[in-house]
Design a protein around this ligand. Sequence first.
Ligand code: NAD
Length: 338
Amino acid sequence: MKVKVGVNGYGTIGKRVAWAVSKQDDMEVVGITKTRPSFEANIAIREGHPLYAASQTDVANFEKEGYKVNGTLDDLIKKVDIIVDTTPGGVGEEYKKKYEEAGVKAIFQGGEEHGLAGISFNALANYHEAWGANFVRVVSCNTTGLVRTLFPLDRAFGVERVTASLIRRGADPGDKKGSMLNSIEPSLKLPTHHGPDVQTIMPWIKITTMAVVTPTTLMHVHCIAAELKNKAKESEVLEVWNSAPRVRLVSGKEGIKSTGQVMELARDLGRPRGDFNEIVVWKDGVKVVENTLYYYQAVHQESDVVPENIDCIRAMMKLENDPMRSIHKTDKAIGIGK
Ligand code: NAD
C-alpha cells in the first residue's frame, strides 16, 4: 500500500514536491490545494493531481471559471496519511491545529519557525530524528545547502568553526515582486538567522553567517570559510564531497563559471523544470590555507529541498530505516545524479 500524500499550497515548492512524490513507488499524491484558478492549477490537473480548494470560500473561485474541484482541504485531510505543507512562510503555522485535530502528520517548510514542529530535517544529517514523528520541518534552501556540504566535512575532518557569507537571489524567476532591479541589500541584523538554523540540525557546530540580497533570480551563492580540526588536502575534501549525496562538483575550467551556466547545465541534462537539486561546489574554487578551507557553492533555491521532503515522508511514515537507501531511492526516481 502506498503512503497517501496531500500537498497544501501548490506553488514553487509544492508543485515540485507533488511531482517528486508521484515519481516514487511507495507513495502517491492524493490531492493538492490551490486558492484560485491559475496556470499552476492547470499544471496540477495536467500532472494528474486531484485539485482541492484551500477553503470553502475558494470553491466559488474555481466553479465560476468552470473548474471541477474534489472538495476542500478539510476533505483532502481525511483521505491522506501525511500533508506536505508548502504554503508561504508563516501560513503553515495557521494550519497546524487543523492537522493535529484531524490526526494527520505534516511536514512544514523552512519559512516556518523550528519550534512549530520541534524537529528540523536533513536526510543525511538527522533522518532518524524524524522517525515516526507527527510534525517535522524541512529546513530552508540555504540551510539545506550549508548542511549538505558541512555535515560530510565535519564527519571526515571535524569542523572547528564556520564563517559563511550568503549571496542571496532576490526572488524566484516566477515571482512578480521582491527583487530589486539594481541594488544589493545587506541583512543588517547580524549574524543572520542562517547559522542558528544550521544548528537546529547540527547543534554542535560553531557557525556565523552574513547575507546580502542581490538582483538575480537563478540561484544563491555561498562563500564559506571552514576551520578544520584535522589537516585536509583539497583533493581529500573533494573526495569527501564526491561521495556525499546531493553534492555536485563542477569546474570553471569546463566552462561552468557562473550560476547561469549551472542552470544551463540543468537544462542540457534535461532536468525537469530546469531544476538542479544538488548543491553545486566549484572544484577549482576550493582552497586550504593553513587549517582553513575556503569554498564556493551554489544553491538552486526552488529545488534543493524537494528530495529532502520525500525522505522526510519516508522517515515519518517509517517506510525505510536506512537513510542512504531512502536518499538513493528518491534520487533515482527523480533523476538526481544523472
Ligand atoms: P509560493 O508562494 O511559491 O507558493 C505557496 C503556495 O501556497 C501558492 O500556490 C499560494 O497560492 C498557496 N497559498 C497561499 N496561501 C494559502 C493558504 N492559506 N492555504 C493554502 N494555500 C495557500 O511559496 P514557496 O516559494 O513555494 O514557499 C513555500 C514554503 O517553502 C515557504 O515556507 C518557503 O519559505 C519555503 N521555501 C521556499 C523556497 C524558495 O526559494 N521558493 C526554498 C525553500 C523553502
